[in-house]
Design a protein around this ligand. Sequence first.
Ligand code: ADP
Length: 781
Amino acid sequence: MLELKEIKKYYTVGETTTKALDGVSVAFRKQEFVAILGPSGSGKTTMLNVIGGLDNYDSGDMVINGKSTKTFKDGDWDAYRNNSIGFIFQSYNLISHLGIIDNVELGMTLSGVSREEKKRRAEEALTRVGLKDHMHKKPNQLSGGQMQRVAIARALANDPEILLCDEPTGALDSETSVQIMELIQELSKEKLVIMVTHNPELANQYADRIIEFSDGKIVNDSHPHKERPKPDQFNLKRTKMKFTTALNLSFNNIRTKKGRTFLTAFASSIGIISIAVVLSLSNGFQKQIDATQTKTLAKFPITISKITTTDDATALQTNQKEDEKYPDKKVVIAETSAADQAQHTNQLDQEYVDYINEIDPKLANNIGYTRLANLNLMREIDGKVKQVSLSNNAADSSESGSMMSMMSSMTGVGVSSFPKQLEADGTNFLKDNYTLLAGSYPKADTDLVLVVDENNKTNINALKNLGFDVKNEEELSFDQILGTTMKLVNNDAYYTKLPTGNFIPNQDLQTVYDNTSNQELKISGIIRAKSSASMALLAPGIAYSDSLAQEVIKENQTSAIVKAQEASDTNVMTNEQMDEATKENFMDYLGASAIPYSMMIYPNNFKDKDEVLDYLDDWNKGKSQEDKIIYSDLAGTMTELTGGLMDAVTYVLIAFAAISLVTSMIMIAIITYTSVIERTKEIGVLKALGARKKDITRVFDAETAILGVFSGTLGVVIAYLATFPINSVIYKLTDLKNVAQLELQHAVILVIVSTILTMLGGHIPARMASKKDAAIALRAD
Ligand code: ADP
């Protein structure tokens, strides 16, 4: 059934070549007990390994059941070892971390026998070798003879055709040896048994045939056999180890070294812990920031101003090459500054104002306007009529100064007219954002409010311009201010035309004050920004409703001074020459235009703001750059800014934490490598049982996978537990509650990352393990 022709196997170590087998030709019968006898180093084990397919020969031919092994590939050898060969070693080579039954089942596991069948056959084999009562023990609980019986049962379980025994009684006392030899002899009645021994007595007593070896050659054969040529009858079932089997093997192995596994997992989980903590902190901080921003910045308006800057202000700066700089040309180039290039004039007209007014009140209920229109105000103080104004500027500043101040309010902070409410039952801007300190919220358009900051301070100029004689830091009682009245005078009553055609404010103040067309304005309330609204939108000072401003404009649009100014290119008051922009501003100042200088839309919440922005973008669709209306969204810019900053910090921290992850990956590689070395014998046994290279890799991959999952989970759990003390420290330091929050999805991702990384780290040693030469692995101690 088995024939070796001219088999040569030479080992070369350095300069010396050992002829372990030197042209061995021999044939074996289907059933016989062959003893290979010879002194140490004569090539007996090599012969056995060649027959068992553990050690590939260099030349010659081995023929099994008519099939030459010359054409064998790795898989064929694996299948051959698994199906046809049963190995019995001198040192038993049981896998110590597996139970006895598991050891016996191992070969069948590789050939994919079902669970029940495996168990039945293992029990049968163990009963046959006389171990019925010891089946549920661990290998190290057995005597040497019993362990060899288990090894025999393992070799028998897969019902091989050939049993290869390498000094099977070498480690046993004589009494036990006899029992084992008798068992092997009995098996040789149904199988080909080839036994290596250096003991001639043993060979003579039990073997049917003795082949004597010396220096890699057969020197004597007591019962030679001539094999007749046969057709190829060779047919093998491929072996395959399931990943679950690999997992089971590794799990058992890991169980035997709990302490070490735990330490390794803990050490390698440190990377995961640090990343998880960084993630949970940044996550929590981002949430805190978002919440604060939603609370405060939601009250921050979208601003549409006549003069604005385009977003791509920085994009205009070209990337100039270094060598193009410092030209030799003797010229000077005139250039518009980048800031000026970025300046954009929004062509606001009635159509657009209407468009804004049509915004769905559900999205934004309040719209504020800044107008350049001046209110002509007079107030009687101590029996004398004086001109007063609702301005925060120092009293001696010119009128263009007050225009500048209005223009500077483009960002929406510090305006003095409060927004118009689109829907009566919607959010009321003043009530929502300001606390009433005294008096009442404005009811009529002619009601004014005094705005104070969180310290009850207000702008001194606002009071001075109203005719209050106050010094810095002077305290006024609410009653001194509340109820203050003044007269609003229209242009026709306020300005008189001189015979020269120029207009000047009427100097007879008492007459102007007494004019019956005047309206009376009254400070009806004192209000203070709520503490939650960190941005006080109305500047401390006097604020009035936009309806009042609109009324004034409506009345003044047809006034004589506006008509006259419309027709003239020089200032009708001072005769100064004016360019178009100055004229336009002056006309606005006189109340000639109903178009506001800027508009502020207050979205009802953060989410609605996006819809409002979409609405505004719709207007610009298909319009040229020049005709576009560009808005500014300060809150959005700030959110993007802080969000980006937080992300950047997070990335940097994670990068640092990742370093420890890489360190732990290297550590896992070293641990796996150690494990490979420790399990060298096991690798040899698995190969002798027919495990493929892949299966060996799998066993170690499974081990690192278990380690990875374990250390990942450990890391995530520790990080989660760490969030509690971290939160209490942060709470003590900053008053922020529950900042560190580990999200489930992050936890899951981290466990996966840990598993993948440890598997990567362990895979290289696992591959090394699979490439180990089985014959050498089995020789290892
Ligand atoms: P035996 O089993 O008869 O004691 P072996 O078959 O183990 O002999 O060894 C035969 C010869 O081959 C010995 O000289 C041994 O040193 C050599 N040999 C066996 N295995 C190796 C190996 N892996 N590398 C180098 N030499 C080896």
